[in-house]
Design a protein around this ligand. Structure first.
Ligand code: DGL
Length: 266
């Protein structure tokens, strides 16, 4: 059996492309369709209800594209909407928080794990609860780094402004017991080099890696992998398509079959 239907990936914006890149690396023959809700981002400062409602519209869009699995390439959507939307739709859906927490719990030697994410993700305490369920010994410190999202979206990763913001925001992790830091927002791997420059001793965890491993295992077990030797990659955004296309091409460095604007919701 072979299932050629695409894997859907969603995010509020560009960040989900870090998950798309990982899908391409681990599942190079799978068709992929991505949607980034640039029109309404950032999600990290929205209410729980708004995040559920916007994510629902992206899920509906991806279902209309006949996806076989939806990966939430967004921690904020995972923290706020995944449990609710799993009750509403039958399409399989995977988030980044459980796999990211498992990965970090295995890596830490000091039993101290830092989390950086959007305001909403940090306030939700989703990582804290998930890690506590895996290993209650592990001490967790979550810090909101909402500004990092704007730095990535504004193509300012290499700026002085980014350097200063990283230093101020991540100071509590400097020379601390926190040997492992979860990049708990999918935009943040786009600042990995800069974060690593400031915290060279800290192990940075990108949850995309273990999330896509989980997705691969799920597709394999359920006989849903494709046997095709070629793939199609389609990227959609709900606004700002030119800037989105420029940054997407630069980040993914691969053949993209389509980049276009779509309208969802009202
Ligand atoms: N990339 C998203 C995340 O992983 C959200 C960024 C935002 O829209 O605030 O949480």
């Amino acid at each position: 059996m072979s299932d050629q239907r695409p894997i859907g990936v969603l995010d509020s914006g560009l960040g989900g492309l870090t998950v798309v890149k990982e899908v391409i690396r681990q599942l190079p023959n799978e068709n992929v369709i991505f949607i980034g809700d640039e029109a309404r981002m950032p999600y990290g400062v929205k209410t729980h209800e708004q995040i559920i409602s916007y994510t629902r519209e992206m899920v509906q869009y991806l279902i209309s594209q006949n996806v076989k699995l939806i990966i939430y390439g967004c921690n904020t959507a995972t923290a706020n909407a995944l449990l609710q939307l799993r009750k509403e739709f039958t399409v399989p859906m995977l988030g980044v928080i459980q796999p990211g927490s498992t990965q970090a719990s295995k890596i830490t030697k000091t039993d101290h794990v830092g989390i950086i994410g959007t305001e909403s993700t940090i306030n939700s305490k989703s990582y804290d609860k998930t890690i506590a369920a895996i290993d209650p010994k592990i001490k967790v410190l979550g810090i909101a780094a909402q500004k990092f999202v704007a730095l990535v979206e504004g193509d300012k990763a290499d700026s002085d402004e980014a350097k200063k913001n990283i230093e101020t925001t991540l100071r509590p992790f400097k020379d601390s017991n926190y040997d492992t830091l979860i990049l708990g927002c999918t935009h943040f791997p786009m600042l990995k080099k800069q974060i690593n420059n400031y915290l060279p001793e800290t192990k940075l965890v990108d949850p995309a890696v273990s999330t896509v491993e989980t997705a691969k295992e799920y597709l394999f077990k359920n006989d849903l992998l494709t046997d095709s030797q070629t793939r199609t990659l389609k990227l959609h955004a709900t606004a700002g398509i030119d800037e989105f296309a420029k940054l997407a091409k630069r980040w993914l460095k691969t053949d993209i079959d389509e980049i276009s604007l779509v309208n969802i919701g009202g």
